[in-house]
Design a protein around this ligand. Structure first.
Ligand SMILES: [Zn+2]
Length: 311
């Protein structure tokens, strides 16, 4: 039997990654991603900064991903951290226009950062926008006091009448997985190189809770993170005795099922390439970027190529 490892990374911030990452991801089996809108690492000073960012998530970044054989989608929102900054609030007025766009597959990341009243209000408003747009919701859980933040997020989602199957609660760990499992919401886990969840802990959780409604992401961004962590989890699952089908459920079928509720997933191969069999793409830690694309496409006159081409 030929097992094809295919990966959908349901949470990765590709606009802060390089084309080398796209090449390595493709070779590792990544064929589709969702890029949630989040903060920049420093405060935005106006709603206009969000508008340019959302436009990039809907234009340039899907183009860039497609040059490397990967389908790119995004979620848009006012993130929890910047919900506290009055300069950012006006973005709520432009969000409905973006939620109507084809590449947007959920409202997110929304939720709590410091659990302030402002965060509460912005979270509630955006749950309403998701309902109006008929879109699923990606909920970020806070890094500080995570159990309390997760509990409060689940309570708000229930109070607002959002169906649990439309909600993915992300950045979970051993302390928060049980309450989300009971809620009926989807369970997201971000696997990082040296903090929080790692692949060994992820496998333990899968052994205890099973694969249903579980999604794994790299949450890679401009900080210390690794866009191949999804692949690492797949390999750790196989080593622990999970079947090929179990791996496919967690790394492909579950994220597809969740985001397909938007009616907007595009999963055809952008360059019409076949998936690589797992046997040929076993992770060695050394992907030498021999992707066969010519990268010569352009978006609004710009391409990913730089300098004069060698003949
Ligand atoms: Zn994120």
């Amino acid at each position: 039997m030929t097992f094809t490892l295919r990966i959908f990374d349901p949470h990765i911030h590709m606009s802060s990654r390089t084309t080398d990452d796209y090449e390595r991801m493709y070779r590792a089996g990544v064929r589709a991603v969702v890029e949630p809108a989040f903060w920049l690492g420093q405060p935005r000073t106006s709603a206009g900064s969000f508008v340019d960012y959302f436009d990039a998530l809907l234009g340039w970044e899907p183009f860039r991903a497609a040059q490397f054989g990967i389908r790119h989608h995004c979620t848009v929102a006012l993130n929890p951290k910047e919900a506290n900054d009055p300069r950012c609030r006006p973005v709520l007025d432009v969000l409905p226009r973006y939620l109507a766009k084809d590449g947007v597959v959920a409202v997110g990341e929304i939720g709590y950062d410091s659990m302030t009243d402002d965060e509460d209000e912005v979270f509630r408003i955006q749950l309403g926008m998701a309902a109006d747009a008929g879109l699923p919701v990606l909920v970020h859980t806070p890094h500080r006091d995570k159990p309390a933040g997760t509990r409060r997020s689940l309570d708000l989602v229930a109070a607002e009448g959002v169906p649990p199957e439309m909600v993915l609660v992300d950045h979970l760990n051993e302390l928060t997985v049980a309450m989300v499992e009971r809620s009926g919401c989807w369970m997201g886990f971000s696997v990082y190189p040296d903090t929080k969840m790692d692949e060994r802990r992820m496998v333990s959780i899968l052994l205890e809770y099973g694969t249903e409604r579980v999604l794994v992401n790299s949450a890679a961004d401009w900080g210390r993170s690794d866009p191949l962590k999804t692949r690492r989890v797949g390999e750790a699952m196989l080593a622990a005795g999970f079947t090929d089908s179990d791996v496919d459920t967690v790394l492909w079928r579950n994220p597809v099922a969740f985001y397909a509720q938007s009616g907007r997933l595009a999963l055809d191969d952008p360059a019409d390439r076949d998936l690589i069999p797992a046997g040929e793409s076993t992770y060695s830690g050394d992907y030498s970027g021999d992707y066969s694309g010519d990268y010569s496409g352009d978006y609004a006159g710009n391409s990913v190529l730089r300098g004069e081409r060698a003949r």
